[in-house]
Every structure is written in C-alpha cells, then in structure tokens.
Design a binder for this molecule. Structure first.
Ligand code: ATP
Ligand code: MG
Length: 215
C-alpha cells in the first residue's frame, strides 16, 4: 500500500493544521503535546504524521523523508525552498517579521545608506536581504531564541524577529520600528512525491485549498 507522510511541528502549526486535516478526513491517533512519539498514525492507514522542529520541516520534505509538510514563511525564507513545491498559503500561524530596537534608539539615523548596524536574529538570510536592499552594512549575529535580550545587553543594536501582539517586545522595553513582511504557513510538497504519489497527494492539496479560511 502506498503511504504518505506529513511533517508538522508541535504547537500552533499542529493545532491550526488539525481542522485542515479533518477536512481531508484525517484524524491523528495521538496528540504530540502529550505523546512522546515522533511518528503518529492517523485513522487513515495510508497517512502518517511525523513531528519535527518547525525549522526542520523543509529539510524532511526536500529529501523526501516526508511527502508533505507545513512550514512558516519565515522558515522557508531561511531554507530557500529548494526542491519544494509550495502550492498553498494556509493562512495559519500568522504574524509579522519585523525589526525591533530598544525604546529611544534612533533607528532612522542608524539605517542611513552606508552605515553599519549590528543585527541579532535567528533569521540571518532574511535580515541580510532586508538590509542589503537598503544599502546598510550589517554585522549579523546568529541566535537560536530569545532575540529580545540581545540589544538589552549590548550584543546588538537591533533584532529581526517575529512579532504577533508585541507583548514580548513591550515587556522588554523594545519597539518594532520596521515591518519586513507578513508571515503565515504554507503547505510544502516534495516534487517527486507530487508525481509518484499523485493519487494520494493531489486530493489533500485540493481539500486544503478549499478549507483554507480567508481573513
Ligand atoms: P522552535 O520552538 O522549535 O525553536 P519555533 O519557535 O520557530 O521553533 P513555533 O514557535 O512553534 O516554533 O513557531 C512555528 C511557526 O509559527 C514559526 O515558524 C512561524 O511561522 C509561526 N509563528 C512563530 N511565532 C508566532 C506568533 N507569535 N504568532 C503566530 N505565528 C507565529
Ligand atoms: Mg517557539
């Protein structure tokens, strides 16, 4: 029997993908929040889920270890999207990619063409492109989390991070000073699986497409 594997991350992506799976008649047998299993069966014998780090989803799908996955645009911009077909914006896990600074920092003066800026971020490719387009030289400092701390202790001048309510920025006396882009999650599909498992993959794409909620 042909089987397909869908890569998801725990947390908001899993939760927000559940209704789309339900529309396709797919119900996971376990909840990854409470189960320690990394491979989760579903009510459909031809569909299984794997639970991976959000930033690892494109890698599993690119190499065909998963046929499909759900990944944030933030993660896809860093990965580059090589080998991935991205048929649908699922309009879930929405937030914004932004530049933030300590309150009172003169960002306008700091980003004049030809100036140099220290930028701490998990999203180095995105930050590189953003500041290159403005003609600003950057020293990129790669972090893996809690970016908000960096400017508070002098590691960087600014951060590039995801912002939803702005609550974390506010709690740390930071302010968003520039919007880079809107972020939401996409369905990603392995290009070989799209051909070789078309009969299983295409109906899922079509069902997801019609189940996606507009704003
Ligand atoms: P990890 O926790 O494994 O380091 P992560 O923090 O990127 O990875 P999540 O917090 O689950 O993982 O985020 C998954 C995706 O959800 C992100 O890639 C992004 O697209 C989106 N996202 C992140 N933060 C928010 C937010 N505050 N509101 C809405 N969507 C978000
Ligand atoms: Mg997280």
């Amino acid at each position: 029997m042909t089987q397909i594997t869908l890569a998801l991350s725990k947390g908001r992506i899993f939760e927000e993908t559940l209704p789309l799976l339900a529309a396709a008649g797919i119900v996971p047998e376990e909840n990854p929040e409470s189960s320690r299993k990394l491979i989760i069966g579903t009510n459909r014998p031809d569909v299984r889920l794997i639970i991976v780090r959000a930033s690892d989803v494109p890698t599993y799908v690119q190499h065909g270890a998963a046929d499909l996955g759900v990944a944030g645009k933030d993660v896809l911009m860093e990965h580059g999207g090589e080998g991935l077909y991205q048929p649908i914006d699922l309009n879930i896990a929405k937030c914004r990619m932004m530049v933030a600074t300590p309150v009172g920092f003169d960002y306008e003066a700091a980003v004049r063409r030809g100036s140099r800026l220290r930028v701490a971020t998990k999203y180095v490719q995105t930050a590189r492109l953003h500041f290159a387009a403005k003609g600003v030289h950057v020293d990129l400092i790669k972090l893996y989390g809690s970016m908000e701390l960096a400017p508070l202790v002098g590691l960087s001048d600014v951060i590039v991070d995801l912002v939803s309510t702005g609550g974390t920025l506010k709690a740390n006396n930071l302010v968003a000073v520039e919007d880079i882009c809107a972020i939401s999650s996409r369905l990603v599909v392995n290009q070989a699986a799209l051909k070789l498992k078309h009969g299983l993959v295409q109906p899922i794409i079509e069902t997801f497409r019609s189940a996606v909620k507009a704003d």
